[in-house]
Ligand binder design. Structure first.
Ligand code: GTP
Ligand code: MG
Length: 547
């Protein structure tokens, strides 16, 4: 496709390849699980069904992505371990973590009904993800020990806390009782006061967490004439619980790690070095005082749109669904001041002084991608009531920083030029195909044609003068999503007055020309506190008298 003068903005994208010999771990955990579990009335401290749902999602990730060899999780978190030599998406950190977070979330929404048939999913759940790099097997072993230690201690503490609360103590009193207590003290407390034998009475899944792994099994596919079996090796996903998932013994019986890798495990690891824990918790931050763009893109949407029979080249309902998800993102993440979408992609612009997740790239990208994915999955039926969702939708994402308003506008112009070029090409292509040409003939026919020639071709094929200009603006200009003022006329005894509130709107505007930005100076205004502006404009009931 032709280059545009805006294409230079691509040079702001930075490489984030995770180099060998690092083993890649993606750690996924729920955003604000406290609120989510309260709204959905999960049992405390552990809800069996909620944990099973997490396990189901983890299993789905292992089945979907061959390079994820095992995972470990408890409560609202899961860690996915990739095989060391993986080439998955050229080992690009942001791509990998966003895909996993997105797929995990879409699965969570889809499987919700099977685990909670009596409970509606009240709002879109979302997960944050981080990449953890393990430079050696020793570090991987330390990571597993650390996560399982956290599982043990958190679960023991929470079991005591909720027993005390159930027995009539306030949360503060229960916390005070447990302050400074050792592991042994907590076991004693459970036994003496509540007749609970921690090891015997609390299910393994809560005490030890869950390990999901791939093993190889031999299937007999047929028998030869001489009666001997013909076997085929198949990978099978298993769910196991174990007291010590960091022990060499545990992995010896599994085929996830090679003998060479396992030889690097210590025989008896019982403590994780604090320096290692510090490295597991490290997160890189995006440069201060720059506009952050989170661009997400549907994964394998070529297939997804074919399977769901989207209209070609543009399906208005599919685009409306994407737009509805973008609106939800602006309402959820108040630092997002503008979004622009076309086809299966959306760019979200965060204000320059955003402090969302202390500007940690992975948290920002994964949260937006995950929230977008769950909204897409949850809203599917509303936009396609007649179509069953056959494949899970999932998206990748990246964050790029742009240092000035001019460059951020050029970034958006770059995406809109791309929208126009692709839309014009695709409109010609599908009209040629509909007129009887094969796909490859249509492709060669269009090779090297300029805008003017394509417009003439469209006019000829349709018999309509300036056909391209008759297409819906959403197809030609993409969709812009931003906060705007909505005004309502109110008639009362003193005459007519106006009330206004701020809402998120979807427009199909030319954002390359300066007119749009002149008409909406508040969008990229560096001085506006967008969150406060929305709160103040909307008052308590959502409507405020116009000044
Ligand atoms: P990856 O993003 O690399 O995983 O590949 P992809 O298959 O998602 O393709 P890409 O993102 O490059 O392009 C988006 C694809 O989504 C298009 O090529 C179309 O096949 C499909 N698509 C997006 N919007 C529509 C639509 O409205 N109608 C139809 N029919 N297809 C669409
Ligand atoms: Mg795509």
């Amino acid at each position: 496709m032709a280059n545009s003068k805006y294409e230079y903005v691509k040079s702001f994208e930075v490489e984030d390849e995770i180099m060998l010999p690092n083993t890649i771990i993606i750690h996924v955990h729920a955003r604000d699980f406290c609120r989510f579990s309260e709204v959905h009335e999960f049992e405390k401290p552990n809800d069996k069904k909620a944990s099973e749902l997490m396990n189901e999602c983890s299993k789905a990730v292992l089945e979907q992505f061959p390079d994820v060899i095992f995972s470990y999780g408890y409560s609202d978190e899961y860690s996915f371990i990739f095989r060391k030599e993986t080439k998955f998406y050229q080992r690009r950190g942001s791509k990998i973590l966003s895909l996993i977070a997105s797929f995990f979330t879409s699965t969570y929404v889809t499987k919700w009904g099977a685990l909670f048939p009596q409970k509606d999913l009240k709002y879109a759940p979302s997960f944050r993800a981080r990449v953890i790099c393990c430079a050696s097997m020793e570090v991987l072993q330390a990571y597993l020990l650390w996560r399982q230690y956290e599982c043990h201690t958190n679960n023991q503490y929470n079991t005591c806390l909720w027993q005390l609360i159930k027995s009539g103590k306030s949360k503060e009193e229960a916390q005070a009782t447990l302050r400074g207590s050792l592991k042994q003290d907590k076991n004693e407390l459970l036994y003496q006061c509540f007749n609970i034998n921690y090891k015997k009475d609390i299910p393994e899944m809560f005490r030890q967490g869950t390990c999901i792994l791939k093993t190889e099994v031999e299937d007999i596919v047929k028998y030869k004439d001489d009666g001997s079996p013909v076997t085929r090796t198949r990978r099978k996903v298993l769910t196991v619980h174990s007291e010590n998932i960091a022990s060499k013994r545990f992995w010896k019986e599994k085929s996830c790690l090679s003998k060479k890798e396992l030889d690097q495990f210590c025989d008896d690891l019982n403590k994780t070095r604090p320096e290692y824990v510090k490295s597991f918790q490290y997160e890189s931050r995006l440069m201060l005082s720059t506009w952050i763009v989170v661009r997400i893109d549907g994964c394998h949407f070529h297939r997804f749109s074919d399977v769901h029979e989207f209209e070609k080249p543009n399906d208005a309902q599919a685009l409306n669904l994407m737009n509805a998800c973008a609106v939800a993102v602006l309402e959820e993440f108040r630092d997002v001041v503008f979004a622009y979408g076309v086809s299966d992609e959306y760019s979200f612009v965060l204000k320059k002084d955003s402090q969302l997740y202390q500007r940690c790239a992975s948290e920002i990208v994964s949260s937006v991608v995950s929230f977008f994915s769950s909204t897409y999955t949850m809203s599917w039926n509303e936009f396609f009531p007649q179509k069953e969702m056959k494949h899970l939708p999932y998206f990748d994402g990246r964050a790029v920083c742009y240092p000035s308003i001019e460059i951020i506008k050029d970034y958006l112009a770059w995406r809109q030029v791309d929208c126009h070029i692709n839309n014009q090409y695709n409109t010609c292509f599908w009209l040629l195909v509909k007129s009887g040409k094969s796909k490859s003939d249509a492709q060669s026919y269009l090779k090297g044609t300029q805008t003017q020639e394509k417009n003439e071709l469209l006019d000829r094929l349709t018999g309509i003068i300036n056909y391209y200009n008759t297409l819906p603006p959403m197809f030609c200009l993409g969709s812009s999503v931003f906060w705007d003022k909505e005004t309502k006329r109110v008639d009362n005894e003193e005459g007519a007055t106006g009330k206004s509130r701020r809402i998120v709107v979807v427009g199909h505007c030319n954002i390359i020309e300066t007119g749009f930005w002149e008409a909406h100076p508040q969008i990229l205004d560096e001085k506006v506190d967008h969150f406060k502006a929305v709160q103040m404009a909307n008052g308590k009931n959502g409507w405020n008298d116009l000044p």
